[in-house]
Design a binder for this molecule. Structure first.
Ligand code: CP
Length: 315
């Protein structure tokens, strides 16, 4: 039996696989994929141990639309809550499910423990350190808006959280892209991700840099932020709000980036990381970005299902 495909980190994808998922998501978004049910005969488990509106609905609706049967688990439904190990849980579920879509509060190792079996694909629907399916939906949104990812310049403002880490890994794979991370001191994207992105950028010709202020902004095509209270995380410093305040995306910041569109992974807190005037303004593509989570989820599920006899994605 072939090993199952897992999407736990952007690092699990080759460049070709990354591009296929992003472009396939864009095809779904355009409505140009002919009706097909590549996940018929497939059972998908959806386990969210943390709150979610977009990701949970995107993968649930996506799996159903592709013909799968669905089982959903709330945060305390499984015997994980009474002390059963993640490894034992993964081993048991793998005898009954084809794909597990999981949001955890833990490190990548927790998802790798679910994946320590040979029969069930595991998809990271957000962990403490990386949110790869968000980055895939973001690149699909960029393709839909700009027609390409190559050469697109992104200013990321705010916490260097799991969304930022995944975006850093993904964007750095594309030639000519620029990612300018402007994060509060002490809240940057971790060095390990920056080092991996630097290695990718060295091959692709991308550029990734991180600073902790908003002076000297470069010309960019996208301004991106996320909410300051990342799901499932807490801040180590009690006065973090004063440290984050200069990093709010407001009209003045958008005016300093003429022609740029605004992206946000949502949920948003208007008046914190972004003003309502920006989020609801003419430059915002945040709600199209949210819908693209559904289109991208179908591409991810299709890719994961492709190693099964009925699958058709050879990459
Ligand atoms: N962006 C995102 O992951 O949204 P949810 O937390 O609602 O899934």
């Amino acid at each position: 039996m072939a090993e199952r495909r897992h999407l736990i980190s952007i690092n699990d994808l080759t460049d070709d696989q990354l591009r296929w998922i992003v472009e396939r998501g864009a095809e779904y978004s355009r409505g140009s994929v002919k009706a097909a049910r590549p996940l018929s005969e497939t059972v998908v488990g959806v386990l969210f141990r943390k709150t979610s509106t977009r990701t949970r609905t995107a993968f649930s609706a996506g799996a159903l639309r592709l013909g799968a049967e669905l089982i959903t688990y709330g945060p305390d439904d499984l015997q994980l809550s009474t002390g059963e190990s993640v490894e034992d849980t993964g081993a048991v579920l793998s005898g009954m499910l084809d794909v597990l879509v999981a949001r955890t509060a833990g490190p990548e190792a927790e998802l790798r423990a679910y994946a320590a079996q040979k029969r069930m694909s595991v998809i990271n629907a957000m962990s403490a350190v990386e949110h790869p399916t968000q980055a895939l939906a973001d690149l699909t949104t960029i393709v839909r808006h700009f027609g390409r990812v190559e050469g697109v310049r992104v200013l990321y403002v705010g916490e260097g959280n799991n969304t930022a880490s995944a975006l850093t890994l993904a964007l750095s794979r594309y030639p000519g892209t620029e990612l300018h991370l402007r994060t509060p001191p002490g809240y940057g994207v971790e060095k390990g991700y920056l080092d991996q992105a630097a290695a990718s950028a060295g091959r692709s010709g991308a550029r990734v840099e991180q600073r902790h202020d908003l002076s000297g902004l470069p010309p960019v095509d996208v301004v991106y932020t996320t909410r300051w209270q990342t799901t499932g995380s807490t801040k180590p410093t009690p006065d973090w709000r004063s440290e984050f305040a200069p990093f709010q995306v407001d009209e003045a910041l958008m005016a300093a980036c003429p022609g740029a569109v605004f992206m946000h992974d949502l949920p948003a807190h208007r008046g914190e990381e972004v003003t309502g005037a920006v989020l609801d303004g003419p430059a915002s593509i945040a709600f199209a970005q949210a819908e693209n989570k559904y289109h991208s989820a179908r591409a991810v599920l299709e890719w994961c299902a492709a190693d099964r006899p009925s699958g058709g994605v050879g990459l």
